[in-house]
Write a protein that binds this ligand. Structure first.
Ligand SMILES: [Mg+2]
Length: 99
């Protein structure tokens, strides 16, 4: 069974909530720092050429984002689709940026 992005957000939030991660209000900056920590873990896994761990860390990034959106009632599905449509209209390499 396929799940929508917003279903995954709600599920990630419910799991985190059941594990006590939402017993107290969480600052957005803390959550973003934790998302960033997962990005760093993915970087380290890639540096070690550990593909399995790399994929796991990519999943951790999304799970933390899903949890954030689930806990704040953010319609991530709509935000992603809206931004992807906007990206289609952007210029080549977004104005010839180096990277
Ligand atoms: Mg991790």
């Amino acid at each position: 069974m396929e799940k929508s992005i917003n279903q995954l957000c709600n599920e990630a939030y419910q799991i985190a909530k059941s594990k006590g991660w939402h017993d107290k209000p969480r600052e957005t900056g803390t959550i973003l720092a934790l998302i960033h920590s997962e990005v760093s873990e993915a970087l380290e896994a890639d540096r070690k050429k550990d593909q399995e761990n790399f994929e796991e860390e990519l999943a951790d990034i999304l799970i933390r984002i899903f949890d954030l959106c689930g806990s704040r009632n953010i319609d991530l599905e709509d935000a992603v689709l809206t931004k992807m449509e906007r990206n289609k209209g952007r210029s080549y390499r977004h104005g010839n940026k180096a990277y």
